[in-house]
Write a new protein. Structure first.
Length: 154
């Protein structure tokens, strides 16, 4: 064989090798994405339930401390939670969207979504926002009640 054929065959082999590595990398990334999505579907409902319980408990604690009903919690539907401030009246609505792995909230001037994410190292579910800031359940429930519901004009 001549030098041209050897050189060109070497370049072709290198290019094929690079393409194979790129395909393998994409397959690995796709598999990791699918695994994260499966974990979100599995762990998201439990995280939603924990947030519901945290908000319900905090409302009960405030009512007990005041000695009267200040918050009324409606949690009849599994994917929705509604908290009403009795006087002056105001509403906080939360809705869990399992297919989108998010929790939508709407109360007063606060409207947004918490995204359910999976911690890569531990596989634990947590809440974040579109800016990748993470939120603890306790501080999230306090924010929703204090900043969103208490400061709501209606």
């Amino acid at each position: 064989m001549n030098d041209f054929a050897k050189r060109l065959a070497g370049e072709i082999r290198n290019a094929e090798s690079v393409r194979a590595e790129e395909r393998e990398q994409k397959n690995t990334e796709s598999a990791a994405f699918v695994q994260r999505e499966k974990l979100k579907q599995k762990l998201g409902p439990a995280l939603w339930q924990q947030l519901r319980e945290e908000i319900t408990r905090k409302c009960a604690d405030v009512n007990k401390e005041l000695g009267r009903e200040h918050y009324r919690v409606h949690d009849e539907l599994p994917a929705k939670l509604r908290v009403i401030r009795v006087n002056p009246p105001a509403n906080l609505r939360l809705e869990f969207h399992a297919d989108g792995s998010r929790i939508h909230y709407d109360g007063g001037s606060c409207v947004g979504d918490y995204l359910i994410q999976i911690e890569p190292g531990t596989g634990q579910a947590y809440l974040s926002d579109p800016y990748q800031r993470t939120f603890e359940l306790e501080s999230t429930s306090e924010y929703l009640l204090q900043e969103c519901l208490e400061k709501a004009q209606f």
